[in-house]
Design a protein. Structure first.
Length: 156
């Protein structure tokens, strides 16, 4: 049976959900809480999956650098395409804090992206795998993405 640890991190970001039938189609933001769950089949010599500060350094700081106080926009969102076109004359869209993403930035898609794309890169060589991410969009609403049977690398 694998061992698991979880650490959370809070950050603030904006987004809009392209095609949403309600008010989430508008530009808005959230104070997100992301729960990272990492797994290993064995403990290190101190009896840990991995030190919590390593999770902070590799995953929480990634959020701070890449998504905190930014605006996530799907590259296929008509609003993004219009903004990008209008910004060509004025300057770089990234200077506004707009982060183009390859997915509609729902909490579900954000969780999946963190597990499948960011986790493997950030945790390479640590002997642990990011197996679950819970994205709390508000205190009442969250989405989870979890990998099943991911095959945890050796801790040695």
């Amino acid at each position: 049976m694998p061992y698991q640890i979880t650490r959370y991190h809070d950050f603030s970001a904006g987004h809009c959900v392209a095609g949403h039938e309600g008010k989430c189609r508008f530009l808005h933001g959230h104070n997100y809480r992301i729960h990272f769950t990492c797994e290993s089949t064995q403990l290190d010599t101190l009896g840990r999956v991995i030190d919590f500060s390593v999770i902070k350094h590799l995953l929480c700081e990634w959020l701070e650098e890449n998504w905190d106080h930014k605006f996530l926009m799907w590259v296929d969102d008509p609003i993004y395409l219009s903004l990008k076109q209008n910004m060509r004359a004025a300057g770089n869209i990234h200077s506004l804090g707009v982060i183009p993403v390859l997915f509609n930035p729902t909490a579900e898609n954000m969780a999946q992206y963190l597990v499948q794309v960011i986790g493997p890169k950030a945790l390479a060589g640590t002997g642990v795998v990011l197996v679950r991410v819970v994205v709390d969009e508000t205190r009442k609403c969250s989405a989870t993405f979890e990998c099943v049977n991911v095959g945890v690398p050796d801790n040695g």
